[in-house]
Design a binder for this molecule. Structure first.
Ligand code: FES
Length: 67
């Protein structure tokens, strides 16, 4: 599913960045270059959806230890 039409970024792209530990809004904007001159600004307004995907991926690859 596309999350950013301007750059053609999909959930897979966001998950790849998240696997490197980048899950905060600022980290995702920087890593995915969502603030350059080619961006329309929609993604910055909807960064919470990027963060949700990134945090889900981080939790998937780093599950909490069983107690
Ligand atoms: S849709 Fe992502 S910057 Fe425009």
């Amino acid at each position: 599913m596309y999350l950013c039409l301007c750059k053609g970024l999909t959930e897979t792209d966001v998950r790849a960045v998240a696997q490197a530990g980048l899950t905060s809004p600022e980290e995702l904007i920087d890593a995915l270059a969502l603030d350059d001159e080619f961006c329309c600004g929609r993604c910055a307004l909807e960064i919470d959806s990027f963060v949700a995907v990134a945090k889900e991926e981080w939790a998937r690859v780093h599950p909490a230890p069983a107690s």
